[in-house]
Design a protein around this ligand. Structure first.
Ligand code: AMP
Length: 387
């Protein structure tokens, strides 16, 4: 029987895991070098570096199972813990996700469509890759890139040298620029015995490489089935346990994979308020070897990420009663800082007209209505949830 869950990382994802685990009777121990880690108030915080072997051993010895809330935990640290207690998802899945080249090679071997890509370790490699792929293309660091960091779009020949000056110190991958029609993600959970469940395919809007909005359910059954087939290949290949997110581009009705995350994902935060079982609950159920919860969604949801600081409208009485009752704020209790993810807000409704009206009110209160152009994007959403 699992009572104590260890988490490498104590950011907002660990915080929401712990919030979901509380009613399940779980206790949490977090390991994170940040003194002010925002999950810490929900359990014990071991404040230590990712490579502190004594601290890692301590976590492994006192936990019944260990998971992680971000993928740049060194694989060697996860493996050290694995010698003491189960680690889910496995360090192998972590290893595959930590390097874009490794990740793309694996996807290609599994028949998952990806943009054309070439490894780049030198200037001549870059020139050859751009010749093969053509412009525009995207140059990305193989490791430690997130939220659009460590990548540059090359549009003109003269961008090559600038990009090389900026990123040339790293191992790189150059990939084709996809002029996508939309971005989406499929989030799945795989539990004991291979039981697998999928949440509705979520449509995502990014601003400056950072997720701004997610909405779901957002696509028809055919695309949903296709996305499920793709993520299933990864899950089965890795004999995976836990929640995985696969980020995809949609182009002319077809899906191309961008990257996968071996963890709960920002584009699945809407599941807390908009689905029978949240991604956080199912991740815990999966790693504890328990049957997974139903991922059926009866309503439509739209989530806004909140960056910098919590908006003033949280505490102002500006929404009518029906709108207010459909808005769910989540404050991660992080110190405000420009561009930092400090919370999110989800609005739900059982029909599209209602969701549109409420999302519009909320977007205008958040001051993002003009820049996000939600009206146009929401025109494509289905009329109701997946039931
Ligand atoms: P990533 O760090 O790979 O998740 O990329 C962050 C964002 O950059 C994606 O969500 C896309 O909006 C954009 N992006 C990344 N790769 C490509 C690509 N090959 N073509 C077009 N846009 C891309």
């Amino acid at each position: 029987m699992i009572r104590t869950v260890g988490i490498l990382g104590a950011g907002q994802l660990a915080r929401m895991l712990a919030q979901a685990g509380k009613p399940m009777g779980l206790k949490f121990i977090f390991l994170d070098p940040a003194k002010d880690a925002c999950a810490a108030e929900f359990g014990e915080h071991i404040c230590a570096g990712w490579d502190d072997e004594d601290a890692l051993r301590d976590l492994g010895q006192r936990s019944d199972v260990v998971t992680f809330d971000f993928e740049n935990v060194p694989e060697s640290s996860a493996s050290l813990i694995e010698s003491l207690c189960p680690v889910f998802p496995s360090p192998r899945a972590l290893f595959k996700s930590q390097d874009r080249l490794r990740e793309k090679n694996m996807m290609q071997e599994l028949g998952i469509p990806v943009a054309p890509f070439y490894p780049v370790s030198s200037r001549p490699d870059l020139i050859a890759a751009v010749e093969e792929i053509g412009l525009p293309c995207v140059l990305k660091t193989r490791r430690f890139g997130y939220d659009g960091k460590g990548q540059m779009v090359l549009r003109f020949q003269e961008d090559l040298e600038r990009a090389w000056q900026e990123l040339g110190d790293h191992e790189l991958v150059c990939e084709g620029f996809i002029s996508f029609d939309a971005e989406c993600s499929i989030i799945a959970a795989r539990g004991a015995g291979g039981q697998t469940v999928y949440w509705p395919l979520t449509r995502n809007l990014h601003r400056d490489g950072i997720l701004a909005v997610s909405m779901a359910p957002a696509f028809d059954t055919q695309l949903q089935m296709y996305a499920e087939t793709l993520v299933r290949r990864l899950l089965d290949h890795l004999d995976y346990t836990g929640v995985m997110a696969l980020e995809l581009f949609i182009k002319d009705g077809k899906l191309l994979a961008n990257e996968f995350a071996p963890r709960v994902h920002n584009s699945g935060h809407w599941t807390i308020d908009g689905d029978c079982t949240s991604q956080f609950e199912n991740h815990l159920l999966a790693i504890c070897g328990l049957p997974l919860g139903n991922t059926h969604s009866e309503s439509l949801s739209l989530m806004f990420n909140l960056l910098g600081e919590m908006p003033a409208c949280v505490s102002q009485h500006i929404f009518d009663e029906t709108t207010q009752s459909a808005i769910h704020w989540n404050d991660y209790h992080k110190t405000p800082r420009a561009g930092r993810k400090i919370g999110h807000v989800t609005v739900t409704d059982d029909n599209l007209a209602g969701l549109r009206a409420r999302a519009a009110q909320l977007a205008s209160a958040l001051g993002v209505a003009a820049e996000l152009n939600l009206e146009t994007v929401m025109a494509d959403l289905p009329e109701s949830g997946d039931g």
